[in-house]
Design a protein around this ligand. Structure first.
Ligand code: FDA
Length: 304
């Protein structure tokens, strides 16, 4: 009950425009620096380099919420282009994750697609890959439609499927051949479209992971759940799925010991590294997911 209340409070805070805007001026606070890798490209690349040296590969995410004008979307696009260039020039092992609302999806669909094309062209130049993060259900169909459109020209783009959605299994079947990141799902969705029960979500999660792995398509399993990770390892072993066909992914600052031990065991372990001054919404969603994370937020709060 208490966990449900705190989840709702953090999810509401994550959607509060005024708080998100104010937080941009605060600098990383409340322990956010433990899960956000600094506010500039330079900080982020430095962290990525450190992680690479430990045997971890990365994906960078330039944080950005509530983009409501074309100017903001163009700025975000340019920032993503610069991030790809900086990664290429630094020679780090890292790809890029982007959210399409940041590129103007809610403003003008074709303008957003053009922005995405610019990013993909730059990625192509550096032989790099771009993952379109999946946002809330309201954007799901649009995201998948745009992905299909982009895949006609670009083979260096994939997206994310959320296991809590009833449609997930069908989507995974239809997206066979396209590299997918599979997750449980981070947003609050209606019971008309999404499982609400943890056991059902976990069951559907394993179902879509197995489906995508058996299809022979490259699969990223993005989870901090040791039970899921153990099941994936066992399933891959039993079904002779080579380690080159999948990777594990975790968020920066979460279960660092497990990240390192998976890399040591020879699995590809990719760390999702968010950066930028628009950190508040991301941080609130992480607190909503796992009340235990509040402990380090409070520690960060009192150490300021
Ligand atoms: P979950 O939170 O269900 O935890 C299961 C169990 O694992 C816990 O009960 C606990 O035992 C253990 N555990 C979990 N976290 C732990 C920790 N920090 N320390 C110790 N034990 C822990 N979502 C989305 O909607 N769209 C997206 O694009 C993405 N992208 C994305 C990328 C990456 C790299 C990751 C890791 C996650 C996402 N997500 C996402 C978020 C995802 O949907 C999901 O909300 C979170 O990963 C939480 O679910 P988990 O599978 O990690 O385990």
């Amino acid at each position: 009950m208490l966990a449900e209340v705190s989840k709702n409070v953090f999810l509401h805070a994550s959607q509060n425009k005024a708080l998100n805007k104010a937080a941009k001026k605060w600098g990383l606070r409340f322990g956010a620096a433990q899960v956000v890798a600094g506010d500039t490209i330079e900080h982020a690349i430095k962290k990525v380099r450190e992680l690479n040296e430990k045997g971890l590969v990365c994906t960078l995410d330039h944080l950005g919420e509530f983009v409501s004008s074309k100017e903001e979307a163009i700025e975000a696009t340019q920032y993503n282009v610069r991030t790809l260039e900086a990664m290429g020039q630094a020679g780090v092992t890292c790809n890029l994750s982007v959210k399409m609302t940041q590129l103007g999806l809610d403003i003008d669909r074709s303008f957003c697609v053009e922005n995405m094309r610019r990013i993909l062209e730059t990625a192509k130049k550096y032989d790099n890959f771009v993952r379109i993060d999946m946002e809330d259900y309201a954007h799901c169909q649009m995201t998948l439609d745009i992905l299909r459109e982009l895949r006609k020209t670009f083979d260096n783009v994939g997206t994310v499927i959320q296991a809590y959605l009833f449609r997930a299994e069908q989507d995974v079947k239809e997206l066979k051949g396209i590299p997918l990141r599979l997750v449980k799902g981070a947003y609050q969705e209606s019971p008309t479209v999404a499982f609400q029960d943890k056991a059902q979500i976990d069951e559907n999660y394993m179902r879509i992971i197995e489906e995508h792995l058996l299809s022979g398509t490259y699969t990223a399993i993005a989870s901090h759940d040791h039970n899921i990770i153990a099941k994936v390892k066992e399933f891959a072993h039993k079904n002779n799925i080579p380690r080159t066909q999948f990777e594990f992914q975790m968020l920066y600052g979460f279960r660092t010991d497990m990240q390192l031990s998976l890399a040591k065991e020879g699995y590809t372990m990719r760390v999702y590294v968010p950066f930028g001054n628009d950190w508040f919404g991301y941080f609130m969603r992480r607190l909503a997911e796992r009340p235990q994370n509040v402990a380090f937020a409070l520690k960060g709060f009192f150490s300021k």
